[in-house]
Design a binder for this molecule. Structure first.
Ligand SMILES: NC(=O)c1ccc[n+]([C@@H]2O[C@H](COP(=O)([O-])OP(=O)(O)OC[C@H]3O[C@@H](n4cnc5c(N)ncnc54)[C@H](OP(=O)(O)O)[C@@H]3O)[C@@H](O)[C@H]2O)c1
Length: 329
């Protein structure tokens, strides 16, 4: 059946300005790292993306290597665009990245101009689009001059193949240098995509201050620690969960008793707030003014519905925050 987007799609979503740029991003964005590959059910992924757009999620995040197999998540998203979202292209922010291993030989990973420029061309073809809204350098490259990597991002913008550029997984120090280099090229760094959740708070150690000082936005990836910060693993490892999948990046060994103890304690606080743990984990991030958006992944429409409800309560009492700190300590 032909997809017609919900007329009320902008009524409940919150939008936040990305650093000091002109661009606003939804408080919740959707990532296609898992569950959208060639190995996954296309109709399930399609239903999730449609539901997301209907709920005001305007930002979809990809990378050249998302799948499996690598490249197939971009193909899936291209297919959804063609079938459903094409009329709405100007309402959508599509991001992709390059940096990790994508093809054989010395030009298939890291941060050379040769790799990044070729990779973006491939991504555009797979998605069937003329430009991406945001292109990221997916990781810093210790062996390529930063001027070359940032120069490649600047080139993409000047060629009209990317509207904005960003960096991901750069340390606070590396970010400072990358941001400065882009400024000199007169292509501002829009955003940093960083791993950030209750279980991984490295960004609080300098990165958020660097971004704030430079007017650069921040989008938090794996905000649910790949599903650990949800009720998913409270009673064992479900067969359809990421930790049970051979190609999943969450490994069963990571779910230790010590961690489960923390998850259970956090779950009790969430229930007292009338939230699920996933909702509280997202709300805890949205409570931080430096964050532009929280970039979730979901394997089912029901999980997306659950996550969307986090927007209803992002306020925490001092007592709740203290209790959470004590558990995370
Ligand atoms: N820049 C980078 O280097 C980088 C790295 C990683 C990710 N990312 C981006 O960040 C996005 C999100 O990462 P992520 O998938 O790790 O995020 P996440 O939100 O931390 O974890 C997603 C997983 O949590 C579970 N989940 C989600 N909502 C739930 C709910 N309401 N109740 C119960 N379980 C729920 C699902 O697990 P099940 O699958 O088990 O159902 C889902 O697959 C990626 O898609 C990608 O775009 C970027």
């Amino acid at each position: 059946m032909e997809y017609i987007a919900d007329n009320n799609r902008y009524n409940n979503m919150l939008y936040r300005r990305c650093g000091k740029s002109g661009l606003q991003l939804p408080a919740l964005s959707l990532g296609l790292w898992h569950n959208f590959g060639g190995v996954d059910d296309f109709e399930n992924g399609r239903a999730i993306v449609r539901k997301a757009f209907d709920a005001g999620i305007t930002h979809f995040d990809l990378a050249n290597n998302y799948g499996p197999p690598p490249g197939s998540a971009e193909e899936t998203f291209g297919e959804i665009l063609r079938k459903d979202l094409r009329p709405y292209r100007d309402e959508i922010i599509i991001s992709t990245k390059a940096g990790y291993n994508m093809w054989s030989g010395p030009y298939g990973e890291w941060g050379s101009k040769k790799y990044l420029v070729a990779s973006l061309d491939q991504s555009l073809k797979r998605m069937g689009i003329d430009y991406v809204d945001i292109f990221y350098s997916h990781r810093p490259d210790p062996n390529t001059p930063i001027e070359e990597t940032m120069g490649a991002l600047d080139l993409m913008v000047r060629q009209g193949k990317a509207l904005y550029v960003g960096i991901s997984n750069y340390s606070a120090e590396q970010s400072e240098i990358a941001i400065k280099t882009l400024k000199q090229l007169e292509t501002p760094c829009l955003i940093h995509q960083a791993k950030y959740s209750m279980f991984d708070r490295w960004v609080e150690n300098g990165l958020l201050t660097v971004l704030d000082n430079n007017g650069v936005g921040c989008i938090a990836f794996s905000p649910l620690a790949q599903g650990l910060l949800t009720n998913r693993y409270l009673n064992g490892i479900p067969k359809d969960s990421r930790a049970a999948k051979e190609h999943g990046f969450l490994k069963a060994e990571q779910i230790t008793n010590e961690l489960l103890n923390k998850i259970n304690q956090l779950n009790s606080i969430a229930l007292n707030r009338n939230q699920t743990l996933a909702q509280m984990a997202i709300a805890w991030l949205l409570n931080k003014p430096q964050l532009t958006s929280v970039l979730i992944g979901v394997s089912k429409e029901s999980q997306l519905n659950d996550c969307l409800l986090s927007l209803k309560n992002t306020h925490f009492t001092n007592d709740e925050l203290k209790k959470i700190e004590k558990i995370l300590d």
